[in-house]
Design a protein around this ligand. Structure first.
Ligand code: AMP
Ligand code: GLY
Length: 430
């Protein structure tokens, strides 16, 4: 089969690398991809073709036809919000992503809270503040007093900046005032407050079609820039998979409690869910709550879950999307650790510039337990240069976490560039 992967980051590089190893894949078009992908060796490199056209509906349909695409895998959520899955449906081509309507599970946090509530899924108690935020802010302040540790959330896409975890109603009142004074992206879709939860976070990944699913793995992201979860939030500085404390019983309970009720609820609303469902849970002792849905693969979690999946993944995904019964995937009994190297200035808060244009020096390539994934890079002549943000990452997989960490931290030194930042404690904590 021929695949089309949409996006240009480390997640998309990992998808290309993993799916390129499947016997069932022939060509893999990546749109637009990144020049670091060319430095791979092996079958995934041989199958790779870059698509350079600008991305829009007409070009999309033309490329799917001319490249004889059988399966489309969107990376970032923006493609789903634009409607790629709806366009693919019009053409009768399989797409591992939800329709625009079903993508609201991620695009609108208020929509997702509504689904959780209707489906009886455990989640933090919340109150919609949209109306009083617009019309009667004093009333909104009153509502905040009913929450011990209010978390204010902007409903629409807010470039990762729409969640305010506050220690008290007074702090939440300040946050609300600030949002009122300098409006944020996504606010037009609404705003709400929910009760703050504490515990450990875990991300679960499923490929879904209607009420059928394949469990792809569990991972832990490391969102803060600095060691010991200090510093600002980022897109993710590293990840580990699986999660040592998530037992098989925990995972099967999570499927029953979170995944299946969501799929049933979406179906009953006439918007059945197809695609990747990424479920973010907060777990405290025996209690867990659903924090959020994402409707696509996580970056960098994907770089840790894919190396652990055995068998012909592309074929299993296509069968699932065709509505055929599929066997559960087999996951290697190993641990994968992914460490990201980011450019100086990342994540670019408070007007700080994220540095670009540094030469990346490479001393080594992959080995049988290591894969490099590129993201923010550009090519100038024979050189690969940094192009901002998260530049590259390395994944290693080994029999246990300590070995995987040691190996990852050895290999990450083999790529370097001026100003690089990376965490030294990825996967260190249970
Ligand atoms: P979200 O975009 O909803 O996942 O929120 C981003 C991050 O904010 C999550 O990964 C959590 O670390 C944190 N967060 C979100 N909701 C809550 C909550 N109710 N209590 C505590 N932390 C939260
Ligand atoms: N790493 C978090 C995300 O992809 O949303």
């Amino acid at each position: 089969m021929n695949l089309l992967i949409l996006g240009s980051g480390g997640r998309e590089h990992a998808l290309l690398w993993r799916l390129g190893q499947d016997k069932s894949t022939n060509r893999i078009a990546v749109w637009p991809g990144n020049p670091g992908m060319e430095f791979m060796t092996g079958p995934s490199r041989e199958k790779l073709k870059f698509i350079k056209q600008s991305f829009n509906r007409d070009n999309f349909k033309e490329i799917v036809r001319s490249e004889k695409i059988d399966l489309i895998i969107p990376g970032a959520e923006k493609f789903l919000y634009e409607g790629v899955s709806d366009w693919a449906q019009e053409m009768g081509v399989a797409c591992l992503g939800p329709t625009k309507k079903a993508a609201q599970l991620e695009e609108s946090k208020l929509f997702s809270k509504g689904v959780m509530t209707a489906a009886g899924i455990p989640t933090a108690r919340y109150r919609d503040l949209t109306r009083c935020f617009r019309e009667d802010i004093e009333m909104a302040f009153e509502v905040l007093k009913g929450f011990q540790k209010p978390v204010i959330k902007i409903s629409g896409p807010a470039l990762g900046k729409g969640v305010f975890v506050c220690a008290s109603p007074a702090e939440a009142t300040d946050a609300l005032m600030q949002i009122k004074q300098s409006p944020m992206p996504g606010i037009e879709q609404g705003i709400f407050v929910e009760e703050g939860l504490s515990g450990k976070e875990i991300s679960l990944f499923y490929a879904c079609h209607d009420e059928e699913f394949l469990f792809l793995g569990a991972a832990q992201d490391h969102k803060r820039l600095l060691d010991q979860d200090l510093g600002p939030n980022t897109g993710g500085m590293g990840a580990v998979s699986p999660v040592s404390w998530a037992s098989p019983e925990f995972l099967s309970q999570a499927t029953e409690t979170y995944l299946l009720p969501t799929l049933r609820e979406m179906k009953s609303r006439g918007t059945p869910f197809t695609g990747i469902l990424f479920i973010g849970l907060m777990v405290h002792e025996k209690t867990s709550n659903l924090l959020e849905y994402n409707v696509r693969f996580g970056d960098p979690e994907t770089q840790t879950i894919l190396p652990l999946i055995e068998g012909d993944l592309s074929e299993s995904l296509l069968e699932l999307l065709k509505g055929n019964k599929t066997k559960p995937l087999t996951l290697k009994n190993e641990v994968a650790v992914h460490v990201v190297k980011a450019a100086k200035g990342y994540p670019g808060l408070f007007g700080e510039t994220v540095e670009k244009g540094q030469i990346i020096s490479a001393r080594a390539l992959e080995d049988s337990h290591t894969q490099f994934f590129f993201a923010g890079v550009m090519r100038v002549g024979e050189d690969l240069l940094t192009d901002g943000g998260r530049v590259l990452g390395v994944t290693t997989w080994e029999k246990n976490r300590d070995l995987a960490r040691a190996h990852a931290y050895k290999k990450i030194q083999e790529f370097s560039f001026s100003g690089e930042q990376f965490r030294k404690d990825i996967g260190a904590k249970e």
